[in-house]
Design a protein around this ligand. Sequence first.
Ligand SMILES: [Zn+2]
Length: 282
Amino acid sequence: MAQTMVTREDIERGLAGLGIDGGVEVHSSLSAFGRVEGGADAVVDVLLSSFPLVMVPAFTWGTLAAAPDGVRIERNGRKPGGRRRHYQHEWTPIAFHKDMPAAKSMGVIAETLRRRPGALRSTHPTHSFAAVGADAEEVLATAGPDRPLAPIEALVERGGWILMLGTRLTSCTALHASEHLAGRNFFIRYSVDESGNLFRIRAPGCSRGFENFDAVLDTIKREVQIGDARVRAYPGSEFFRLSVEAIKRDPRITVCSPECVSCADMLAGGPVERGTAGDNDR
Ligand SMILES: [Zn+2]
């Protein structure tokens, strides 16, 4: 079967049909559209001409380090000894820097926006965002080692929207911000600075259960089809109100499966520190 061909005009028309009147936090899949004339650059061009502020995830995993010796953290989203050993033996963590490429799973549209001249980036080692447009600097500056997702909250405070371009809610990081707003504690992770010193960060957990929010958010959803892509948009303040209410009403809504350690630990209240020797907070 021939691939659906999508033009710049198709994308412009589709996005205009959503009636979005603010900045956007975008999760995207280029291949979900079919074949886009002009590729990711065309999509980024249309996003930038359609919205005053465009922000994308630019997450990076090579910056993750093992916890220092003597630090024992329970309920921290991992099987004891599991991935920690992996970090120690299979890679040397690298210090975050603003020019490092985003993980492939962010998609080529996000990476293309990150590389645009004038794109700014927040500085959280694992969960940074890239943004172009009005207030980008102020929005991104809200992030800190313990507040990776503050830029999403800042964008929403400015009337921003959550935009899913052919992606499922399982990749919707804004729902982790909802977890934070509902009072949950993100997991404790470590990264390294340029001198190799460890420092502590917070990072959200599992999102594989997030399609459970589809029904909750249905009443505020705006949806269009662009090529083969299902495109969904949510006004951010309503998105937070409904999703936070849903988490408080039924905390299990975020859980992907009964076997998931990350989901279970998050549900139980998040990390608890036992040993503190060698803790190397910045
Ligand atoms: Zn899970």
